[in-house]
Design a protein around this ligand. Structure first.
Ligand SMILES: Nc1ncnc2c1ncn2[C@@H]1O[C@H](COP(=O)(O)OP(=O)(O)OP(=O)(O)O)[C@@H](O)[C@H]1O
Length: 360
């Protein structure tokens, strides 16, 4: 899986920029705010049809322009693939593969396997459980289309059930039969989601732990566990048990939309007790395990985006990252760094082919 060229028009701070990439390592270097992360985000856009950093689509259009175009030429399984993502103010985003527009963006997910490691991943540790569910969901849905469909359906039914609970409260009424229709549907989709998350994590957690041990040289014990209401009971029974609570709250208080991942270091929550370097190592291990899992499932090496990766890591941990970049297990890699010399020095040690793009 390779990205050969990238053309940007009016994408964030880029007005017009073309890149011709190396098949192995590509580094965007330059001062703060020059657009290194934006270049990585443009590549992310080609894989997911959206920004990793800014969920408000229109804000990715250059402030002085009416539209953006991100155009990438890939080689996948020896075939040329041309992906274009474009957005005009006031219109819907368009994603095209080989000149044909997708009707549903979800059909594109997984076509360009990609993993990003970025300081913004810290949200996985510090933010609420929805960021961790999104992480699990994005990994599973890159290799399982029916999972994505179950998720979309689950969320639709959940919104309807919550609206119904609100309606009951507002009108001082209640109809158990109508509610049970939603309960049945939530149970069907939610049980599938739970089964797939559980199976995924049983494979994923050991991969993650071995990645962490390699980066940290086994200095500290870390753990990752899956928390779900559905370990206690079937979803339909849980929904029946919590009906009075849900009526009072006017929303659904149990289900897979409450699932979480618990991160710990030496048995304490990593959010409070992990150092910045340990947290960063934890997140890198998490993302590398994502890479391994996708590769295992699809047989294709995902494109790896490393945003500001060397910051906050000590020499030993940087050395582990170099080994990683050198490993034939990885395919094409894109790196952003403020220190042009440091990056080049590190990359030279890998004996891999590379290109450095000095952004100005
Ligand atoms: N829609 C937009 N139009 C114009 N400029 C934008 C837009 N969105 C973001 N920018 C600009 O992009 C710049 C940030 O770019 P980016 O995050 O890629 O920097 P960076 O090179 O990675 O910097 P750092 O080294 O600090 O991480 C900011 O100056 C920001 O104002």
């Amino acid at each position: 899986m390779n990205l050969n060229t990238l053309s940007l028009i009016n994408y964030k701070n880029f007005e017009s920029q073309d890149f011709d990439f190396d098949a192995k390592i590509n580094c965007f270097v330059g001062a703060n705010g020059i657009g290194k992360t934006n270049a990585l985000d443009a590549i992310y856009h080609l894989a997911f049809g959206k920004s990793y950093f800014n969920p408000i689509a229109v804000q990715n259009i250059n402030h002085n322009a009416e539209f953006f175009v991100v155009d990438g030429h890939f080689t996948k399984n020896d075939r040329d693939e041309k992906i274009i993502v474009s957005l005009k103010r006031g219109q819907k985003k368009v994603i095209k593969r080989n000149a044909k527009a997708y009707e549903k963006f979800s059909e594109h997910i997984g076509f360009i396997p990609l993993v990003i490691i970025s300081p913004a991943d810290r949200d996985l540790i510090i933010e609420g459980s929805d960021t961790r569910r999104k992480f699990i969901d994005s990994v599973i849905s890159q290799s399982d289309k029916s999972y994505l469909a179950d998720l979309i359906n689950y969320n639709k039914v959940l919104t309807q059930r919550n609206a119904l609970l609100k309606y009951f409260a507002l009108n001082n009424t209640f109809n158990a039969d109508t509610l049970s229709i939603y309960n049945e549907q939530l149970h069907t989709y939610g049980s599938e989601i739970f089964k797939k998350r559980d199976a995924f994590l049983k494979t994923f957690i050991p991969i993650f732990k071995s990645r962490y041990e390699a980066i940290s040289q086994s200095k500290e014990a870390i753990d990752l566990t899956y928390k779900s209401d559905l370990f206690d009971d079937e979803l339909k029974d849980l929904l029946n048990k919590t009906i009075n609570k849900d009526k009072a709250l006017q929303y659904t208080s149990v289900g897979t939309h409450k699932d979480d991942l618990v991160f710990s270091i030496d048995d304490f929550p990593i959010k409070k007790f992990g150092s910045q370097g340990q947290q960063k190592s934890f997140l890198i291990a998490l993302k590398l395990a994502q890479f391994d899992f996708i590769k295992q499932q699809s047989g294709v090496s995902p494109i790896l985006l490393l945003d500001d990766i060397f910051d906050k890591l000590d020499e030993n941990r940087v050395a582990q990252i170099i080994n990683l970049v050198d490993d034939a297990h990885f395919g094409q890699i894109f790196i952003s760094d403020t220190h042009a010399e440091r990056t080049e020095e590190v990359i030279k040690q890998t004996h891999q082919s590379y290109k450095i793009f000095k952004l100005k």
